[in-house]
Design a protein around this ligand. Structure first.
Ligand code: SAH
Length: 456
């Protein structure tokens, strides 16, 4: 029997969807070990034993996997952001494509051949145009700033994140210099007034940067001097915002934002269109790769100019708006009112007049649109991780579009939903995994379905 603190030899044979290594003991117990690679031979220390599975950590690497590379970040093991910094990008892409294949075959009961090649990210580092950097006090009362450890709210100190553009790290270092000797300015559980997060956004095409400080109240000692020094040092900073969040919640941003310098928004260009980025607007974090993702979705949508396109879970409208000139009409649906405001503003600022946006739950809006006799030719869905509801899939089926394009951030719920579509009038034609988030465990996929059976 396996017990806590046992040291055993293990061979890593696969990776979980979270990027942990998987090995099997001679007795058939499955052991999960983070920070390992397929092909590693290790000595592992058992940390926890459950009925058929155990959790362990690496004690020593006996023979390293050929996939291994030296991690170029000193906190990669502790930080909850990257899980693949210790393997080559090729090995990471293989693991991510395999994750999609596993879901499609095991959950979706579909054929592996439907999964095409994975589209790698052009940039593996520095690709994030958004960073939320928590600030707190460590157990010695020292100011700490960085990223959360995995499954935790413990801050791993880091102001030099490899996934961030250089300018974020420079601003973070300056901000740390400002706050490191002022623990009284930092929010703690007892004092919900202080500073909680440094939140940075970057419009890659225009070069504009937004600095947003999240605090429990509107001002703090030294704020004006800090704002002045930031705007003088970085001419890319076009907006400094103080967001007030006094609530006892895990949600980073509060409802009120005050522009303390420059504009309320920064502006970026995506698929040739201009988009405003406000602190609360949703915008794809890897811009270059978002263009590729939307490019696959556009190919799959195969528009000729005469179609009605229904864009469900549309966020700020980016997918639909990028296809507006190729169809007759776009109807976008999104549940967050601010995102709908952004979508309308984005249509207007790009001179797009054939788009309308509805603020509602996607399942309810689709049922209502169907009731009104709307029959879209193409439906695009881009739901959050939980995927679609069975009712929405039924409604889409009854709207009988020629094609359904499913953009998914979770291959498991994608696979579940595809299997329901397959019982109706739709057949999966192709799935393309797109790596939007190198070094993290996340993988995006785009799937094309066509109506194959005649509509009843
Ligand atoms: N397609 C957009 C956003 C995708 S993210 C883009 O590419 O930028 C998923 C979106 O679904 C989020 O904006 C979220 O607010 C929205 N959403 C979540 N639940 C929803 C629901 N039940 N109905 C409609 N939209 C929902």
């Amino acid at each position: 029997m396996l017990s806590k603190n046992d040291i055993i030899e293990l061979n890593i044979t696969s990776l979980t969807s979270d990027g942990d290594g998987v090995a099997r003991t001679a007795e058939g117990i499955v052991v999960f070990i983070p920070n390992t690679a397929v092909g590693d031979e290790i000595q592992a220390r058992i940390l926890k034993v459950k009925k058929n599975v155990a959790y362990a950590k690496v004690e020593e690497i006996i023979t390293p996997s050929p996939d291994r590379i030296t991690p170029d970040c000193p906190v990669s093991k502790q930080c909850g952001g990257c899980v693949y910094r210790h393997i080559s990008y090729d090995a990471e892409l293989t693991a991510k494509r395999q994750k999609v294949v596993d879901c499609i075959t095991r959950i979706g009961k579909l054929d592996e051949s439907l999964v095409g090649n994975i589209i790698p990210s052009e940039n593996i580092d520095g690709y994030r145009n958004k960073a939320m950097i928590p600030i707190g006090l460590d157990k010695n009362g020292e100011v700490t700033m960085g990223f959360y450890a995995r499954h935790s709210h413990r801050i791993v100190p880091c102001i030099d994140c490899k996934l961030s553009p250089e300018i974020f790290n420079e601003i973070a270092a300056d901000f740390y210099d400002f706050i490191k000797d002022r623990p009284e300015l930092v929010d703690t559980d007892r004092n919900r007034q202080g500073i909680r997060h440094l939140y940075l956004r970057y419009a890659e095409k225009t070069g504009d940067v937004m600095v947003c400080i999240v605090a429990g109240k509107r001002s703090f000692d030294g704020d004006t001097a800090l704002y002045n020094s930031l705007k003088e040092k970085y001419n890319q900073i076009k907006s400094i915002i103080l967001n007030v969040n006094p609530d006892d919640t895990n949600v980073v941003l509060g409802k009120k934002s005050y522009t303390v310098y420059g504009e309320d928004c920064i502006e970026d260009i995506l698929c040739g269109l201009r988009f405003d980025i406000a602190p609360r607007s949703f915008y794809q974090v890897n811009r270059t790769q978002a263009e590729r993702l939307y490019g696959v979705a556009r190919d799959y949508a195969d528009l000729s100019g005469s179609e009605v396109l229904l864009d469900l879970y549309c966020g700020a409208g980016t997918i639909g708006l990028s296809m507006a000139k190729d169809c007759k009409e776009i109807i976008g649906v999104e549940i967050i009112p601010e995102a709908i405001e952004n979508a309308n503003a984005n249509a207007e600022r790009n001179g797009i007049t054939n788009a309308r946006f509805i603020c509602a739950d996607a399942s309810e809006a689709a049922a209502k649109l169907r009731g009104e006799g709307i029959t879209p030719n193409v439906v695009i869905v881009d739901p959050p991780r939980k995927g679609l509801t069975p009712e929405l899939i039924e409604t889409i089926n009854k709207m009988h579009p020629d094609r359904v394009v499913y953009v998914s951030c979770d291959p498991a719920t994608l696979a579940r939903d595809l299997s329901q579509f397959e019982t109706l009038h739709y057949s999966v034609k192709e799935i393309t995994p797109v790596d939007m988030f190198p070094r993290t465990a996340h993988i995006e996929s785009v799937c094309l379905m066509s109506r194959v059976k005649p509509h009843r």
